[in-house]
Design a protein around this ligand. Structure first.
Ligand code: GTR
Length: 418
């Protein structure tokens, strides 16, 4: 081979490495042992919640932290917030709207993101759903006062986002995913943040939250340090720093769809201040079991999104069998707080069955606290939610967030969080 051809092949980045096709055949799911949440890595049995807290929870957390999502490298130097806009008569008079600018500082570098908050009028102390949106706070509503983000944005013609910038044209373009009226009418509030303001979703570690923490000469996180999911989770906690001090807010339920569902789960596991957690179609690296290798696998996800997880997670690509944990143990880290795992029937890429089993396998940890989840005799039935402290539903339809999903989250939150 000519030297330049050799050089060409040597330079092919790992993102182009061909991955095995996704498996959608239940008979081809490999046999695997489910790592027991109630047996420590050294083989000691856990029989009550004290033992879980003392001996097991931390070792599982640390495994996920170092080997999967990656560690937050250091503390911030400064945190600030400012209410930059407020209206007591928003959305036709049914809501109070606030827009809060949060400022983060480290090593003389800074980053800002905005929280859009709607609180229901007439409820002085409302529980709030906090969730990231994919394209900007102004996309979740037609409300003309919501600030248009100027952060980097993934192009999407259907949402009128071009040249990696959002404009007026995309206002309200994702309001179908945010049942704001329903949320407010039921006495809940909504807080949302554009995730791209915390860390732009591209394989580039030169910007976003990571870059604030670099030492002289550093250009990317170290092997066991945070990828984008952990950075987004950190951002949710910084939104929580504001929300927990807003006297009109009683509880905060962290919510996320898809990749942002992965971030919501990791935020819920990392930060005990979240009173409840909702994973909507979070799939691989979220609620779904990795060892089933059904739909998206660790190999696929590390290839397509090399920046989402810590560098150390790459060693499990196509080697799920060597992982000493699985994603049900991430769910278990949220116990005994209310947790809702939701799938969609046509979302095979996210492995709905793997999400269901994961909730079922996490349930013994909830049981240590006398809380119910998915029992051994339960099975996933489309459009028939199982609502306990640990809840699950599989809705008919595609990978999405629908009114049906919000109806379930609201009724569950009324019973188990409020
Ligand atoms: C897909 C990815 C999934 C999920 C989804 C999304 O391309 O493979 O893991 O995160 O994106 O966030 O919509």
């Amino acid at each position: 081979m000519k030297p330049f051809i050799i050089l060409f092949f040597a330079l092919i980045p790992s993102i182009f490495v061909a991955q095995p096709e996704a498996n959608y055949d239940e008979t081809k799911v490999p046999k695997f042992t489910v790592p027991d949440p109630l047996l420590t890595f050294s083989g000691e049995a856990i029989t009550d919640s004290d033992q879980w807290e003392e001996k097991r929870k931390l070792e599982i957390y640390q495994f996920f932290e170092k080997q999967i999502y990656g560690k937050v490298p250091a503390m911030l130097d400064e945190y600030s917030f400012e209410v930059i806009e407020e209206d007591n008569n928003a959305l036709g008079g049914k809501a109070q709207r606030k827009q809060i600018a949060v400022g983060l500082k480290k090593n003389n570098r800074s980053l800002n993101f905005n929280i859009l908050l709607y609180l229901p009028k007439g409820n002085e102390n409302a529980p709030v759903f906090l969730g990231y949106n994919f394209h900007g706070n102004h996309t979740v509503t037609d409300d003309p006062k919501v600030i248009v983000t100027d952060a980097w944005n993934a192009n999407d013609i259907t949402l009128n986002i071009q040249n990696n910038k959002a404009t007026e044209a995309s206002r309200g373009s994702r309001k179908n995913r945010w049942a704001i009226d329903k949320i407010l009418d039921n006495g809940f509030g909504l807080a949302t943040v554009y995730y791209g303001e915390v860390d732009p979703d591209k394989n580039d570690f030169s910007d976003g939250l990571h870059s604030l923490f670099y030492r002289e000469g550093q250009t990317r996180p170290k092997t066991n340090e945070w990828g984008s999911i952990a950075a987004w989770a950190f951002g949710l906690s910084r939104a929580m720093d504001y929300l927990e001090n807003d006297t009109n807010i009683s509880k905060v339920i962290v919510f996320g769809h898809s990749r942002l569902g992965k971030a919501a789960l990791w935020a819920g596991a990392s930060d005990p201040r979240f009173d409840g957690v909702i994973s909507n179609n979070s799939g691989c690296g979220g609620a779904a079991l990795s060892k089933r290798k059904y739909g998206e696998t660790i190999g696929h996800i590390n290839n397509s999104f090399p920046h989402w997880f810590s560098e150390s997670f790459k060693k499990y690509s196509n080697k799920e069998e060597i992982l000493p944990v699985d994603q049900h143990q991430l769910l278990a880290l949220i116990a005994p707080r209310p947790l809702y795992v939701a799938s969609a029937a046509e979302d095979e890429w996210a492995d709905p069955k793997g999400e269901f089993l994961s909730a079922q396998y996490a349930t013994p940890v909830y049981a240590l606290y006398g809380k119910k989840g998915i029992s051994k005799s339960d099975s996933p039935v489309v459009d028939r939610p199982i609502q306990e402290t640990l809840a699950y539903h599989i809705r008919s339809g595609k990978h999405d967030v629908t009114n049906y999903d919000w109806d379930q989250y609201i009724s569950w939150a009324q019973n188990f969080v409020k």
